[in-house]
Every structure is written in structure tokens, then in C-alpha cells.
Ligand binder design. Structure first.
Ligand code: NOJ
Ligand code: NOJ
Ligand code: CA
Ligand code: CA
Length: 726
């Protein structure tokens, strides 16, 4: 892969290095620094499927119905099919994706994972409240069956094995929050939001004698509590505390994992309780650790406390709407500057504990296409992709945007794939940068440092060990900038643009102390320069996936310099059993330790110790979701009720780690002075707990009397109700 080979004249051991880490690791890099960057090697099927790490991947999001019709015989008949209507089915299917896999459309772009529409059976009638068919996959009916318009189980498995043979992972969208629309004014809904299990009717929304659904009044997103228990615009909202629903969702996802799915995009995570989701996720990680990321829709670039908490505590990654909106504002609508964009990169970098594992994008099916936002300016799209593909986070390309597809709001942003042109500039940009995520670990795991910034130009550096990637983007398409006084951690030498000048970028020359000779970044131009170190003997952990689990679950540790001979891995002071070991990826089994947060460390066979990767959450054991409720807990204005108990999941009696504030405003569950919360706790365990009151300044009032107790079930869900003890 000549285009990735760095072109260097001169190298010296004497460098002024800004970070201590860099000093330590650089020595090893320099000895072998003339080894060219390797092309991404073909990954074997086992490697593709058997890891929860997506750090080096580039995801491609497909609205299955709109991508490619590979088999017209499975298309729906009747009014739900109409290729001239964006609200109806258009015929796209898994056979079509398989065909495009075989034709090399994705491999040619360097894409290594496809996120497809939810594959489960959806309603087959038109939703009368919006005249729309279920082509998007968000109106489930039977999570155990395939959407037959997308294909059969056999078609699904053929798509997966075809993808895996090419080193491409498959991520499914999954929407466990709801079934289909069941209420809207006085309308009658032909399918009544009914839920089926592999063809067997379990129940509908209207006469819901088993309590499969929540029955709060209409949509209300004014509080987190209402967002969870009210419906989203009349979609029948599943009651996950119902044991049938809980078991159903755990079993349903296993079915798809058995088919070989490598990742899950969870729809609407803001609209389900964090407790139920953690218990569901824990069951997934115990069954097959895959990469899971949730959709917490967020309209702006500002921090949202609940969203940040979910990103850091839930055990899954989130789609990074803040980053997406920041790139859209700076390069799409032009309503913000590059400085504003960099500020968001800095803020999210400190808000998210695992910022490199958040899933980034510049557009999707719920917002305008980037091309439309940028008033049909192709170079703006290209430059946005440069930033997306070299920034922290796992980048996602929305199908068709690499062909400059247009469209504003739903359903115009979900049109048919306009073409499969492998010569579009955006396709070329992606194909040059995506492979770099595999070869240079600075992109997957590195830190981000601003190196040169004004309102139009952003130059930033990613670094992991001695691996460095420098990205320069000038969004201003009528002014060039002379870049002087730029410093980087690139070793001395001359570097060519990884994109080979596709967007006008040229060479830079790095001299003593990382100083870059003055150069011109032309109007609208961008460039990427990189240095990939040869093998290092200093181990450096880049990522751990997942970051949560129970003893015995498999965890993947990725990075560099682990060595090819097995060493050891510790969780705190405890040694973990090694499942597999390569220089860049280790799988271990979580040791049997008491529940809590642990720092992970790798020690090579020669005794060299890695950085300490903190924050891994070992749970007390297999989890169940329990609804804790307290009646008669009256509070003064500004005070809230929390839950604390004798297990890690309930804060180990530490009031500062108590769960809450609890909810108190859901008519069908509990209204003040009743408070409640759905919490993921260990199964089959006798738990002691109490409720506490905390005021705005953090003063705590404990319940008096003895502790409450509950013995949690081995499976299913439970409710633990108590009266506040004065
Ligand atoms: C968010 C999805 O992205 C959106 O397209 C969908 O309509 C809603 N969730 C409901 O499933
Ligand atoms: C922990 C104790 O075990 C519990 O019973 C008590 O209520 C709280 N601490 C507060 O003192
Ligand atoms: Ca079809
Ligand atoms: Ca809900």
C-alpha cells in the first residue's frame, strides 16, 4: 500500500518530545522506523466475529429497504409497496446487500462494518396516523422472526457469512422500546401494537390484561421519567418490568447473536429505564460479547447530564450526537466556527470516560443529509469526512452520503441509494482514510491535541505511543492560509498527504523539535499526515471492550506492544485468565473478584507493564431488573429520594453512590409521595437496602429502623415495595 508509506528523509534520536509517554516509547519506534505501513491484512472469520472491539472499524449505515433490491420476489404486494412513495417499501433486502458485498463496494471503500435496519418482523399494514409503511424497521411485531421483505433466515445468514469472509462485521438495529403505533386520537390501529413470539400472539395494546405495555398518557419528553414511561408518539411502549417482556427481549437478541451478528445499535435508549437496559446488556455480554451502542437523540452540542451519565454508566457506547452536531454546524450550515468544533471535541473528551468508543457520524436517517445541510457543496461533505475519519470515536458513514445524496427531513433523507460510483471524490477520500484506522493506532486509541486553529482552519494531532496522525482542514473555500509556527510530534522528515492530494493537500517537512516548515493550506483543502511506528516492546492499552461484565465473561483488550508471547493481565491485584494473546489484542476472562471498579493492566512475557486502564465494572453476578418503590416519602422542596444498599449495584451503603434521584410522577407506577426506580441488581441474592433523602446541598437523611430486605429472583423481574420509615 504505497499511498500509506511515509516518505522520510531524515531521522534523529534527539527530539524534543512533549510527553513523557512519547519519550519512553519513541526509542523503540525509531529503531525500526523505515518499515512501511502495512496494508490492512485480511482478517479471518473468527477474528471478525469474536470481539466486542470496534476501535479500528469504519461503520456504514444502511436503511435496508432503500439500498439495493437483490430479490424482487420478496417484495411486498399491495399498498405498502410503492417505489415512487418514500413512505412505502421500495424492495431493498439482504440479498441486495450480499450482492454489493460480493461486488466489492464496501471493501473498496475500506468499510469494515455494516449497520443495517432492524431485521425483525414488522407490521405489514399502513400506519393510519401517518400513512407510512414499516420500511424503516422501527415498528416491530415479532422480534423472533425476520422481516420477510428483507429476506429469510437463510438470506440473513448468507449476508453475514459473505460479510465475514470479507472481514466485514454486521451490526443490527434493534428497537426494544416499543412495537408499533397503537394510539393516536380516536384512530383504530389494525395491528393494535400486538407482540408475537415466533408466530404466537402474546398480547395487544388495548386489552392488555398481562401488562405487556406501559399505559401512560401521550408523549411527554419534558422529563427523563416521562420520556421513559410515556409512549413515543403513540408507539405501544413495552413494559420491560413485565417478566414476559424481559425474558422475551433477552431470548430474542440471542437468536440474532446466534446468526452471527457482531454488534447492536439500540434504538431510543433515552426511552427505556437505565436499570432494565443494564440487566439486558449484561445478559448479552454473558452470552456473546459484541459491540453495543445506543441512540440517545440529542439536538445540540451541549452536555446533557442524563446522556453523559448513561454513556459512562450503562455499559454501552452512544451515538455521539454532540460531535455530529458540532461538525454539521462548522462545516455544513456554517453556523459555528472550527474553534467551536474543537471546543466540543475538548468538552466531550472530558465528559465521556470512553470517548474513543463513542460512535461518530455526520448525518443519519433522522437528520438532513450533510450535502443538503451544506447547500449542495461537495467539498464540504469531503472535508467533513476527513474530520469524521480521523477524529476520536468509531466513524459511521450514512449510505448514499458518499455519493452526495441529498434530502432534508424524514423521509427525504432516506431515499434510494443514488448510485454505486466508486469514483466519487467522497468514496475515494473514505477509501484512503478508512484503512489508516487499522494500520495507525493513533486513530483508534489516540489522544487529541489541537495544533493550529482559527475560525476556518483546524489542525489536530492524534497520538498513541509514538504513532501520530495530523489532520489539517480549511473549511473556507475562498481563502487559503499560510500555516506557520505549527508543531507536531511527528518525527523529523517529509510527509506526503495520506489522501494523495485528493483534496489538494501537499507535503509537510518536520524539522528539529517537531517544528513544521511554513506551508500553505489552500482554500477548501485538507490533508492528513501520519507516522506509524514499527513494533514496540512497551505495552500500551488503547481500549477495553466491553467495560462491564460478570466473572467469566470475555473481555477484549486492544492496543500495541503486548508481544507475541503470552504475558499476564490483572484486574486490580487479581490475575485474569488469558483466552488469546497477540501483540495488539488480548482476550481475557473476568476474574472472580468482588464487584466494583477495577483498573486493568497488561504485563508482557518479558515483564514490561502497560498503562493502567481504569474504570472496568465487575458486576456482582448475573443481573435482574428490580423495581424498588417507597411509599409515603414526603420531602421538602428541592429534596429527592435515593436508594442505597449492601451491594455494589446499590452503592455499598455509600450515600454518595446511592441510586437516583428516584422517579415520582408516573400515574400507572407511582406518584409523589411514592418514589420508584428500576435497578439492575444481582439475581438470586438477598439484598438489604434503605431509602435516603438528599437535599440540594447533598445533606442526607437516612430512613430509621431496620434495613428493608428483598431476595431477588433467579430470572425475570421483581418489585420491592416499602413504606418510608420515619
Ligand atoms: C429513533 C430512530 O432512529 C427513528 O428513526 C425512529 O423512528 C425512532 N427511534 C423510533 O423507533
Ligand atoms: C448502613 C447500615 O447497615 C444501615 O442499616 C444503616 O441504616 C445505614 N448505614 C445508615 O446508618
Ligand atoms: Ca426485494
Ligand atoms: Ca419507553
Amino acid at each position: 500500500m504505497m499511498n500509506l508509506q511515509l516518505n522520510r528523509r531524515n531521522h534523529s534520536l534527539v527530539q524534543k518530545l512533549t510527553s513523557l509517554l512519547f519519550v519512553l516509547i519513541f526509542a523503540f519506534g525509531v529503531i525500526f522506523n523505515n518499515i512501511p505501513v502495512q496494508a490492512a491484512t485480511t482478517t479471518t472469520d473468527a477474528e471478525v466475529t469474536n470481539t466486542a472491539s470496534f476501535s479500528t472499524d469504519v461503520i456504514y449505515q444502511i436503511v435496508t429497504d432503500r439500498f439495493f433490491d437483490g430479490n424482487t420476489s420478496n417484495n411486498p404486494t399491495g399498498s405498502i409497496f410503492d417505489k415512487s412513495n418514500l413512505q412505502k417499501y421500495h424492495g431493498g433486502d439482504w440479498a441486495g446487500i450480499t450482492q454489493k458485498l460480493n461486488e466489492g463496494y464496501f471493501s473498496g471503500m475500506g468499510v469494515t462494518a455494516l449497520w443495517i435496519s432492524s431485521p425483525v418482523e414488522n407490521i405489514t399494514t399502513i400506519d393510519p396516523s401517518n400513512n407510512c409503511a414499516s420500511y424503516h424497521g422501527y415498528w416491530a411485531k415479532d422480534f423472533f422472526k425476520t422481516n420477510s421483505y428483507f429476506g429469510s433466515v437463510n438470506d440473513f445468514q448468507t449476508m453475514i457469512s459473505t460479510a465475514h469472509a470479507l472481514g466485514i462485521k454486521i451490526v443490527i438495529d434493534f428497537a426494544p422500546n416499543h412495537t408499533s403505533t397503537a394510539e393516536y386520537g380516536n384512530m383504530t390501529f389494525p395491528e393494535d401494537g400486538a407482540l408475537y413470539k415466533n408466530g404466537t400472539y402474546l398480547g395487544g395494546f388495548k386489552n392488555d390484561s398481562q401488562g405487556l405495555f406501559n399505559h401512560e398518557s401521550w408523549t411527554d419528553f419534558s422529563t427523563l421519567e416521562n420520556s421513559i414511561y410515556h409512549s413515543m408518539y403513540g408507539l405501544a411502549d413495552l413494559n420491560h418490568q413485565n417478566a414476559t417482556v424481559d425474558t422475551y427481549m433477552k431470548e430474542a437478541i440471542q437468536k440474532w447473536l446466534d446468526y452471527g451478528v457482531d454488534g447492536i445499535r439500540v434504538d431510543a435508549v433515552k426511552h427505556m429505564s437505565a436499570g432494565w437496559q443494564k440487566n439486558w446488556l449484561s445478559s448479552i455480554y454473558s452470552y456473546k460479547p459484541v459491540f453495543v451502542f445506543g441512540e440517545w437523540f440529542n439536538g445540540g452540542v451541549a452536555a446533557d447530564t442524563d446522556m453523559t451519565k448513561f454513556a459512562n454508566d450503562s455499559g454501552m457506547s452512544l451515538l455521539d450526537f454532540r460531535f455530529a452536531n458540532a461538525v454539521r454546524n462548522a462545516l455544513g450550515s456554517g453556523t459555528a466556527t472550527m474553534k467551536d468544533l474543537y471546543n466540543v471535541v475538548t468538552a466531550t473528551g472530558s465528559d465521556y470516560e470512553e470517548v474513543n468508543d463513542q460512535v461518530t457520524f455526520i448525518d443519519n436517517h433522522d437528520m438532513s443529509r450533510f450535502m443538503t445541510l451544506a447547500s449542495n457543496n461537495q467539498r464540504a461533505v469531503d472535508n467533513a469526512y476527513v474530520i469524521l475519519l480521523t477524529s476520536r470515536g468509531v466513524p459511521t458513514i450514512y449510505y448514499g452520503s458518499e455519493q452526495y445524496a441529498t434530502g432534508s427531513t424524514d423521509p427525504n433523507n432516506r431515499g434510494d441509494m443514488p448510485s454505486f460510483n466508486t469514483n466519487s471524490t467522497a468514496y475515494k477520500v473514505i477509501s484512503k482514510l478508512a484503512p489508516l484506522r487499522k494500520t495507525n493506532p493513533a486513530l483508534a486509541y489516540g489522544t487529541t491535541t489541537e495544533r493550529w486553529l482559527n475560525n476556518d482552519v483546524m489542525i489536530y494531532e492524534r497520538q498513541f505511543g509514538s504513532n501520530v496522525v495530523v489532520t489539517a482542514v480549511n473549511r473556507n473555500q475562498s481563502s487559503s492560509y499560510s500555516v506557520s509556527g505549527l508543531y507536531t510530534n511527528l518525527p523529523q522528515g517529509t510527509y506526503t498527504d495520506v489522501m494523495q492530494g485528493t483534496l489538494g493537500g501537499g507535503n509537510i517537512t518536520v524539522t528539529t523539535g517537531g517544528a513544521v516548515n511554513t506551508f500553505t493550506l489552500g482554500a477548501g483543502q485538507s490533508a492528513v499526515w501520519q507516522y506509524t511506528a514499527s513494533s514496540s516492546t512497551t505495552p500500551l492499552i488503547g481500549n477495553v471492550d466491553p467495560m462491564m461484565g460478570v466473572a467469566g465473561n470475555t473481555v477484549t483488550i486492544t492496543g500495541r506492544g503486548f508481544g507475541n508471547t503470552q504475558g499476564s493481565v490483572s484486574f486490580g491485584t487479581n490475575t485474569a485468565q488469558v483466552v488469546s494473546w497477540t501483540d495488539s489484542s488480548i482476550k481475557v476472562s473476568i476474574p472472580s473478584v468482588s464487584a466494583g471498579k477495577y483498573a486493568i493492566k497488561v504485563t508482557t512475557s518479558t515483564g514490561s507493564a502497560s498503562n493502567s486502564y481504569s474504570g472496568f465494572e465487575v458486576l456482582s453476578g448475573k443481573q435482574v431488573s428490580v423495581r424498588f418503590k417507597v411509599n409515603n416519602a414526603t420531602t421538602n422542596y428541592g429534596s429527592n429520594v435515593y436508594l442505597v444498599g449492601n451491594i455494589f449495584e446499590l452503592g455499598n451503603w455509600d450515600a454518595s453512590k446511592a441510586i437516583g434521584p428516584l422517579f415520582n410522577n408516573t400515574s400507572t407506577i407511582g406518584v409523589y409521595p411514592t418514589w420508584f426506580f428500576d435497578v439492575s441488581v444481582p439475581a438470586g441474592t438477598a439484598i438489604q437496602y434503605k431509602f435516603i433523602k438528599k437535599d440540594a446541598s447533598g445533606n442526607v437523611v437516612w430512613e430509621s429502623g431496620s434495613n428493608h430486605t428483598v431476595t431477588t429472583p433467579n430470572t425475570g423481574t421483581a418489585e420491592a415495595t416499602a413504606n418510608w420509615q420515619n
